[in-house]
Write a protein of this length. Structure first.
Length: 133
């Protein structure tokens, strides 16, 4: 009697396991079918996607090379400008020191006196103006 009850419990347990496993297996089968459809679709579309990706990568590389070349050109121009500005700054410091020497002061004052004499002679030798003109 105990053996029969044990076999009955065992068979009920197996039956319950089968009952709960069948829907699970059914869902797994549906998922596998969906994955098969997805795999086929990817196999059709993936080469085109990869080709577009390769073209995009090529374009990005060309753009990067172009930008790099332009940056190098601009850097060279900026370096030249910096060199010219450095030379001008050195020249300015030399000129400032030179302007402090008495010779340059005398030369500057002589130029001002010459302009004053020129204006004086111009006014002195011009025709006299009449009042009202």
């Amino acid at each position: 009697m105990y053996v029969e009850i044990s076999l009955l419990c065992l068979s009920l347990a197996v039956l319950l396991i089968v009952v709960f496993t069948v829907p699970l297996l059914w869902q797994i089968r549906k998922v596998v079918q969906g994955l098969a459809v997805t795999q086929e679709m990817l196999q059709k579309i993936l080469p085109a996607i990869l080709q577009n990706l390769d073209e995009t990568v090529g374009t990005v590389k060309k753009t990067a090379y172009t930008v790099n070349d332009q940056v190098e050109v601009v850097a060279g121009v900026i370096k030249r400008i910096q060199d010219v500005v450095g030379v001008l700054m050195e020249l300015e410091s030399v000129v400032r020191l030179g302007l402090r020497l008495p010779f340059f002061r005398v030369l500057r004052n002589a130029g001002a006196v010459a302009r004053g004499v020129k204006v004086f002679l111009s006014v002195y030798t011009s025709r006299p103006r009449k009042l009202g003109q």
